[in-house]
Structure formats: structure tokens, C-alpha cells
Ligand binder design. Structure first.
Ligand code: PEP
Length: 256
């Protein structure tokens, strides 16, 4: 039973690109480009300094705002960190958690992912929890078990209500920023496995409601075939989210 009843989510991760003024001008163009987009949710995740300015522009447009990371404590002596209440007050609806670049360069683990996810829910932010295997793990055939472990540690322990609002992004590390996309079949295999694990962790009916996004070199020319897969509920887009025309085409993917 894989009728898609989930609202597709197309999310742009701007990473460490765009100053505040660049973000403002980009957000204005994006608002124009995304007029009359219905039946799908659009999310942008700018760098921290741009959040409030982008919020001013996207307010009332249906484009949602997300941050790229957060700290799990509410406040405290954690120089350089940003908390969930701060992001909520800045106008964020969502927050990315455990992006592979955070895991690779900043030492994030499944345990920190778990703490961050709990903090996000506690303060009214919706977490987009990122999982995915490395090239070596894919080549050795352990990709399914790697993601299984990331999920069982990272996204366990939610209430039934919270579990329905969780978003997962499957991003094979070998596909991020490399121009190498997982084939629709490879992605579908993993997405089905993720949904099965979510069904073990929570109710099977909850797992049917949780959106599982794909990420990794999504482009205008591969989004349609990815979105045609029964368990792919949207995309987390890096490079192609930095160009209005490309991101617009991705948001307006054709359901084939
Ligand atoms: C990402 O940043 O999450 C990502 C998938 O990047 P890209 O689309 O550039 O591969």
C-alpha cells in the first residue's frame, strides 16, 4: 500500500552560501517564481544571519523557513551555538539535523542528532533528520544496516504525536555535491527500508505519514523520476537550490 497521501516537501539547503543582501534578493525572486505552487510545501534553509530577513520576505507566501543546525540546550555558555527557542523566535518552522557535512566536519553523531531532534520538537520546530551511507559503506553492501543504525539511535523515543511530524532526508554521502545521483531504484529501495524501520520504531500507520525526502545532486532533469517513486516524498536540494530557475523547476516537478 503505497498511495502517496503525504504532502511533498521540496527543501533548499543553502549551506554556507549567500550574505544577507544576497539572501534577500534571492528570496524575492523565489517568492515570485513559486507563485501558485499548490499541493506541495517549499522550504528554504539559509545561513543563520539571513533567517530574519528571509522571513520578512517569505511571510504569508507559503514558503517555509528552516535553519541548518541547532544546539540541544535552550541557552547557556556555548559560544557560537544557536538554540531552538532562538530559531523559533527568528521565524523558523523547520531545522535540518545531522546533515552529513555536520557529521563529517563537526563531529556530530547519532546521539547528538537524537538530542537535537528532541530539542526541536520541544520548542515547536519540525526536524528534518538527515541519514545516509558513505561510498565505502555502499560498496561493501552495508548501506541498509548503516542507515538502520542511524535511525534507531537518532530518531527513537518520540511521542506518537511527534512521530507523525518527523521528516527524514535520505542523503547518500557519495551523491552530495558530486553530481552522482542515486538511481530512482536505489533511492526507492532505501526509502522503503527507512519506512519499514520507522514502522518498527513507531506505529505502522505513523510510518505511512512520515515524509522521507531524497537528497544528493537533485537537478531539474532528475527530480521527476525520483518523485515518481512511491516512497520518495520530496527532496533536500543543495547546489541546485542556489539558482532560482533550477529550484523553481524542482519545486514544479512533474508527477509522472
Ligand atoms: C545537500 O546539501 O543536502 C545536498 C543534497 O547537496 P547537493 O544537492 O548539492 O548534492
Amino acid at each position: 500500500m503505497s498511495m502517496k497521501t503525504r504532502v511533498p516537501l521540496l527543501a533548499g539547503n543553502w549551506k554556507m552560501y549567500k550574505t544577507v543582501s544576497e539572501s534577500v534578493s534571492f528570496a524575492r525572486d523565489l517568492v515570485n517564481a513559486c507563485r501558485a505552487v499548490n499541493g506541495r510545501e517549499v522550504l528554504v534553509c539559509p545561513p543563520f544571519p539571513s533567517l530574519t530577513s528571509v522571513k520578512e520576505i517569505t511571510k504569508g507566501t507559503g514558503i517555509r523557513l528552516g535553519a541548518q543546525d541547532l544546539h540541544w540546550e535552550m541557552q547557556g555558555a556555548f559560544t557560537g551555538e544557536v538554540s531552538a527557542p532562538m530559531l523559533k523566535d527568528a521565524g523558523c518552522d523547520y531545522v535540518l539535523i545531522g546533515h552529513s557535512e555536520r557529521r563529517q566536519y563537526f563531529g556530530e553523531t547519532d546521539d547528538t542528532v537524537h538530542k537535537k531532534m528532541k530539542a526541536a520538537f520541544q520548542h515547536g520546530l519540525l526536524p528534518v533528520v538527515c541519514v545516509g551511507e558513505s561510498l565505502a559503506e555502499r560498496e561493501s553492501g552495508s548501506h541498509l544496516s548503516v542507515v538502520d543504525r542511524q535511525l534507531r539511535v537518532g530518531v527513537s523515543g518520540l511521542t506518537a504525536q511527534e512521530s507523525l511530524r518527523l521528516v527524514i532526508a535520505y542523503e547518500p554521502v557519495w551523491a552530495i555535491g558530486t553530481g552522482k545521483t542515486a538511481t530512482p531504484d536505489q533511492a526507492q529501495e532505501m526509502h522503503a527500508s527507512i519506512r519499514k524501520i520507522l514502522g518498527d520504531l513507531y506505529e505502522k500507520s505513523a510510518a505511512e505519514k512520515i515524509r522521507v525526502l531524497y537528497g544528493g545532486s537533485i537537478k531539474p532533469d532528475n527530480i521527476d523520476s525520483l518523485m515518481a517513486q512511491p516512497d520518495i516524498d520530496g527532496g533536500l536540494v543543495g547546489g541546485a537550490s542556489l539558482k532560482v530557475a533550477d529550484f523553481e523547476r524542482i519545486v514544479r516537478y512533474r508527477d509522472v
